[in-house]
Structure formats: structure tokens, C-alpha cells
Design a protein around this ligand. Structure first.
Ligand SMILES: Nc1ncnc2c1ncn2[C@@H]1O[C@H](COP(=O)(O)OP(=O)(O)OP(=O)(O)O)[C@@H](O)[C@H]1O
Ligand SMILES: [Mg+2]
Length: 495
């Protein structure tokens, strides 16, 4: 029997980086292959070669036993290979339906788009991925998780033989994951081969038939899922002993640093009140669309408040713009690093120092080049950012390493209140521990930290208290002593 897909002896180098060396994988009909590995291990690069985005320096691809050499993305699409990339690629100003059928919109014989047929077909696919939005909604207005589901609907709109999902669940909540998993089961039943890349090992265990571990651009091992334990998988990925996932923290809450009083922002959320003390890590949980990101952005002055106010200790004014927020001692790590976090064509060095530069120039001070170098080098070391150096362009870092640069930048401004929106999205197991350690260090150093996360285990492991939002309101709070997944879920779903 020939394999549906085989990639054999694949190597690929970038300037200063050997991303893949002699990598081989196979995929059969109706099979799910999990691929795991640390940030920068080469997972996305391998899939971009399959997608025709990059060409390999060496090696060969076979589809149904026949040599296949994609030179551009169109070649792979035509062969029925659909790769949903880690970095979303929707057209923000087009509708959901147009994005789903981009490149193959239904047209009448005069070449005009058949709107009604388009809407109907899009609605069917949206139902299949469990996304409750209208087909004519403009993509720009959707959250990142919803955009992810639109990408998946787009993949389903084509006749696929191979579907690759590169970190599809990084932002999805439990309900959305359930419908995604059902979709995957259906595709597998139709004989489609799937490649599933994720840092959520529990999902890999639930979905994959076999798992391949990549480390430093080489295959460590491929085994049937039943032959892997979670410990063995992590050991193969990181090849070093890992510390406890959630390092303990000395909780000694001090003065209130952030206080939010009856805050509303139009129809986005209403009447939200809470406070965070120095030394505290407070979680903001809830389903996607509950308004968590909007609360953070409103506190930060990036969305308008229609009522209520925000007070940062030591200042009287409610920050109305991000610049005022930074000056008041706030830092925001946004969930969408590409749109809001990073300047991709700039080097790691200036991305780490960016908001430092802007806040300091606001104070009419100048950072010396050697200070910037030090800040950037420290960040690369502390967060294990995989890069040939601080002068590397951020665009060429792996997804998870870009996320680490966003975190490093927020921390470099020396703020007292941190607003972290999905801080470990796309970050590997080993690096998560580093991020948790950093968050603990911030709190122990007297900062107040507010964390939005869709990862329940993360919220329970990291926080002193979890506030739960539901449909634009605070549904309740759970203190550490009463922590349980059931408590948080019940508040998130039922209020
Ligand atoms: N266009 C590029 N130019 C230069 N280097 C690149 C480019 N794309 C990827 N790399 C490098 O290749 C290596 C592998 O990156 P890749 O994106 O494949 O990692 P990954 O396993 O997908 O990681 P993550 O879990 O963070 O998404 C990294 O060191 C990355 O910096
Ligand atoms: Mg990747």
C-alpha cells in the first residue's frame, strides 16, 4: 500500500538557521498525524514546504506514491492539500462568506458573484465548524478565535485530500474545540488525511493516531499515540528536565494598584467592577465573546469607556489612550500579536525595546544603544527566544517565538499593572514554564497582573483569584481555595 502522503529526506535552511534536516513523515488515508515540538523546532516550515510556500533544499514529496513538487501554493491547493497556517491569512475587509470562498467564489455565467448561493453555502460551512456569525459579517470585526474558525471553514470549502492544521486550537474554548474535533472525526471518516500541530498535548493525545516529535529540525521519533506517555513526549520535545509546570509563588497582596468601577463600553460589556492588588495574579475567564479582551482594551484606553472609570494607583486620571496608559504604568500584551503586537519587518532588538522607547521619549529621555542591546539580550536569554541574534527580523521567527517577543516588550517598560491577553498562546510546554515563572516574578516584585486565558488549567494553576465573565458581564469570582474547573465552567456557561 502506498501512503497518501510521504515527505522524505526534507532539509531546509534559512540564513543562520538550519530549520529542517533530513525529515521524513508519512500520512495515510483517514489518519491523523500529530506533530509536536518546541517553538522553532521546524513544524511550520515543514508544512509550508508541503503547502508550496517554501521549496525544500533537499528531499522529495510523494502523493499517492507519485512524485509531487509544489512550486507555489496553487500547486498544493490544486492537488487537494489544504494548509491552515498558524498565522491567520484572512482578508480583513471582506465578508466571512467571501473569505471562505476566496479564489473560488460561486459566479453566474456573466461572472457576477451569486450572493444568495454564496451566503447559503457559507452558512452551511459555518454551522459545520460551529461558528454563529452571519455570512456577511466583515472579518475585521471578529475575534481571533472566530477568525480561526473561518479559516477552518475555508479549508472545508475545498475538496481536500490532506488537511493540515497548524495550531488550530490555540485560541478556541472548550465548546468550539468540541465542534472542531467532531469536524475532524467526520473528515477522517471521509478518508482525508490530517496533520494536527499543537502545543496542547492533551488534544494531540485525543486526536492523533500517531505522533511525530521534531526537535531542532530533526525527527526524534514517530510512534503510535498509544506508545507515547505525556512524560515521554515532553522529554522527547525538550530533551532537558522540566521544572514543575506551575512554580509556587509567595502571595502577599499589597495595595490596590488597579481598580475598575462600573466600567462599560457600549454594547461590548457592561457594569464591570473589580480590583487587583500589588502581588496578585487575577484571572479573567469565560467563553470567547464574553467580553474579556474588550475589558482589557478599555482599561488600556484602546477602546472607549461609555460609563464607569479605571483608577491606577498613584494617578487620578482614567487613561483614555494607550500612551496615557503606558505613562500611568500599564502594559498590555494583546492576543493578536500580528495585528497589534509586533512590527514584523523590524529586528527582535527594536521590537523588544519599542514601547520602552515610546514611553521614554515621552519623558524626553534617550535610551543608549548599549542599553537597548542589554534589554534585548536579557529577554532572549530569559524567555529562551530562539533566534540567531537580536538583529534578526521578527518576521522570520517561529510563531511561538514571536509571542515571546511581545511578552518581553511589555515587561521591558517596567510597568506596575500588567494586562495579559492569552499570554501563552502558541508557546511550547517548556517555554510556558518560563512565562509562568516570569509572571510570578512580576507579582513578587509588586506588580498587579490580570490574565485572560482560555486555558482553564493555566488559570487554575497561575492565579490567586479568577473572575468569570459571561455575555458582557461579570458572572462571579472564584477564590483560590474554591478553585475547580466545574466552578469556573458553571459561571462561564450559566452565570
Ligand atoms: N522565513 C524565515 N526566515 C528565516 N528563518 C526562518 C523563517 N521561517 C522560519 N525560520 C526559522 O526556522 C526555524 C523553524 O521555524 P518554524 O516556524 O518551522 O518553527 P515551529 O516548530 O513552527 O515553531 P512554533 O511552535 O513556535 O510555531 C526557526 O528557527 C525560525 O526562526
Ligand atoms: Mg509554527
Amino acid at each position: 500500500m502506498t501512503h497518501l502522503l510521504e515527505m522524505r529526506g526534507i532539509s531546509k535552511s534559512f540564513p543562520g538557521v538550519k530549520a529542517l534536516s533530513n525529515v521524513g513523515i508519512t500520512l495515510d488515508r483517514g489518519e491523523v498525524l500529530g506533530i509536536v515540538g518546541e517553538n522553532g523546532a521546524g513544524k511550520s516550515t515543514l508544512m509550508k514546504i508541503l503547502a508550496g510556500v517554501f521549496t525544500a533544499d533537499a528531499g522529495a514529496l510523494f502523493l499517492d506514491g507519485e512524485r509531487f513538487a509544489p512550486m507555489r501554493p496553487g500547486d498544493s491547493l490544486d492537488a487537494g492539500i489544504i494548509v491552515i497556517h498558524q498565522e491567520l491569512s484572512l482578508v480583513p475587509d471582506r465578508s466571512v462568506a467571501e473569505n471562505i470562498f476566496l479564489g473560488h467564489l460561486p459566479r453566474n455565467r456573466f461572472g457576477a458573484v451569486r450572493r444568495a448561493a454564496l451566503d447559503r453555502a457559507a452558512s452551511r460551512l459555518l454551522a459545520r465548524v460551529g461558528l454563529a456569525v452571519q455570512p456577511r459579517t466583515v472579518v475585521r470585526t471578529l475575534g481571533i478565535a472566530q477568525q480561526q474558525l473561518v479559516e477552518i471553514a475555508r479549508a472545508l470549502s475545498r475538496a481536500a485530500r490532506v488537511i493540515v492544521m497548524d495550531e488550530p486550537t490555540a485560541t478556541l474554548t472548550a465548546a468550539e474545540k468540541t465542534s472542531l474535533f467532531a469536524t475532524i472525526a467526520g473528515l477522517r471518516g471521509e478518508g482525508v488525511g490530517l496533520v494536527f500541530i499543537s502545543h496542547h498535548l492533551d488534544e494531540v493525545f485525543a486526536l492523533a493516531d500517531r505522533v511525530t516529535v521534531l526537535r531542532d529540525g530533526t525527527v526524534v521519533a514517530t510512534r503510535p499515540t498509544a506508545d507515547w506517555s505525556e512524560a515521554a513526549l515532553i522529554q522527547a520535545m525538550v530533551n532537558r528536565p522540566l521544572d514543575a509546570m506551575f512554580p509556587p509563588r509567595q502571595a502577599a497582596p499589597g495595595d490596590i494598584l488597579l481598580s475598575v468601577e462600573n466600567l462599560s463600553s457600549g454594547a461590548r460589556f457592561e457594569d464591570v467592577s473589580f480590583s487587583v492588588r500589588a502581588g496578585e495574579v487575577v484571572g479573567l475567564g469565560g467563553l470567547i465573546g464574553a467580553g474579556r479582551t474588550e475589558v482589557l482594551k478599555t482599561i488600556y484606553g484602546a477602546l472607549p469607556a461609555s460609563a464607569g472609570r479605571v483608577r491606577i494607583a498613584g494617578t487620578t486620571a482614567h487613561p483614555r489612550t494607550p500612551r496615557q496608559a503606558i505613562a500611568a504604568g500599564l502594559a498590555l500584551v494583546p492576543e493578536d500579536r500580528k495585528a497589534e503586537g509586533l512590527v514584523l519587518p523590524f529586528p527582535v532588538r527594536s521590537n523588544v525595546a519599542l514601547s520602552t522607547l515610546s514611553s521614554l521619549s515621552w519623558l524626553r529621555m534617550v535610551l543608549s544603544p548599549s542599553r537597548i542591546d542589554r534589554v534585548a539580550n536579557d529577554a532572549v536569554r530569559d524567555l529562551r527566544i530562539r533566534t540567531p541574534g537580536i538583529r534578526q527580523l521578527v518576521r522570520s521567527l517561529s510563531g511561538g517565538n514571536q509571542q515571546k517577543v511581545v511578552l518581553a516588550r511589555a515587561m521591558s517598560t517596567g510597568p506596575r499593572v500588567f494586562l495579559l491577553d492569552e499570554p501563552t498562546r502558541g508557546i511550547d510546554v517548556g517555554a510556558k514554564v518560563e512565562v509562568y515563572r516570569l509572571i510570578n516574578a512580576l507579582a513578587e516584585g509588586g506588580a498587579a497582573v490580570l490574565v485572560v486565558s482560555s486555558d482553564m488549567i493555566e488559570l487554575l494553576g497561575l492565579c490567586d483569584r479568577i473572575l468569570v465573565m459571561r455575555a458582557g458581564r461579570l458572572a462571579g469570582a472564584v477564590a483560590r481555595a474554591e478553585f475547580s474547573q466545574e466552578r469556573v465552567m458553571a459561571l462561564a456557561a450559566l452565570g
